[in-house]
Design a protein around this ligand. Structure first.
Ligand SMILES: [Fe+2]
Length: 246
């Protein structure tokens, strides 16, 4: 059914590209009960597809260990998912590290069935080596690199790198659009990136609750209905290869 919706394109498919819904794997959901509450809230707001993207920090573990832990977390949640119409796709939020382009198992961290790699740039000052390596992942290695929540990272001198990075898809957090302090820069990024995308980056039901629909309202109000539809289509295209392969 979902594949049909994506093929038709004109029918709305709501995708949350960035979440921490898997239980007890990172600083996201603290257990299956929380995961289910998050997913129930998403279902009430007509979310169709959720990418489960736990943090991956190379300095803490290798890819193999991460994948084993992610599979264990998914096993805890999967039996309860039968009552949901939401599709879950496993992925990762990969924190950039020097040498990432040499990582042989990097493709395993993409959203399953796709080349879509959610990449979190460092919170410290970026340099030209890092920017070159990220661009090389996209242009030389064929990854569909999505920079996650750049609005949280482009403080101070990092802003000057944005012009080079705007050719990449960028995923803004819905929460950044809700707050007046961050709304302007979040909207600016959505307008400038080649492929604007939205995610909730939800972690729990309190301080980082699911809120994709709140962000969508702001996009529609500030940038227009067509912009929102184009953004939905961008998200569908990032995941299309998964749905055509199943
Ligand atoms: Fe995240």
């Amino acid at each position: 059914m979902l594949f049909t919706k994506i093929r038709l394109g004109a029918i709305k498919t709501i995708i949350d590209l960035h979440t921490h819904i898997l239980p007890q794997i990172d600083d996201g959901s603290d257990g299956v009960d929380t995961s289910l509450k998050i997913l129930q809230t998403m279902a009430q707001h007509n979310v169709d597809v959720v990418c489960a993207t736990p943090h991956f920090y190379r300095e803490r573990m290798n890819v193999e260990t991460f994948l084993a832990r992610r599979a264990a977390a998914w096993q805890k949640l999967q039996p309860a998912m039968e009552s949901f119409s939401i599709s879950i796709l496993l992925g990762a939020e990969v924190a950039y590290y020097s040498g990432i382009s040499e990582e042989k198992e990097l493709h395993s961290l993409c959203v399953e069935g796709t080349n879509t790699l959610l990449l979190e740039m460092p919170y410290s000052d970026w340099n030209s080596f890092q920017i070159d390596e990220v661009m090389s992942l996209a242009w030389d290695s064929g990854f569909d690199v999505v920079l996650v929540h750049p609005e949280r990272l482009t403080v101070g001198s990092n802003k000057r790198w944005l012009d080079r990075l705007y050719s990449l898809p960028m995923q803004v957090n819905a929460g950044a659009l809700q707050h007046w302090r961050t709304r302007k820069s979040a909207l600016e990024i959505l307008e400038n990136t080649a492929k604007p995308l939205l995610g909730s980056d939800c972690h729990n039901m309190k301080s980082r609750a699911p809120n994709l629909w709140e962000g969508r309202k702001v996009v529609e109000r500030k940038l227009g209905k067509q912009f929102l539809l184009d953004m939905d289509e961008n998200a569908q295209m990032m995941l299309l290869s998964h749905f055509v392969s199943v």
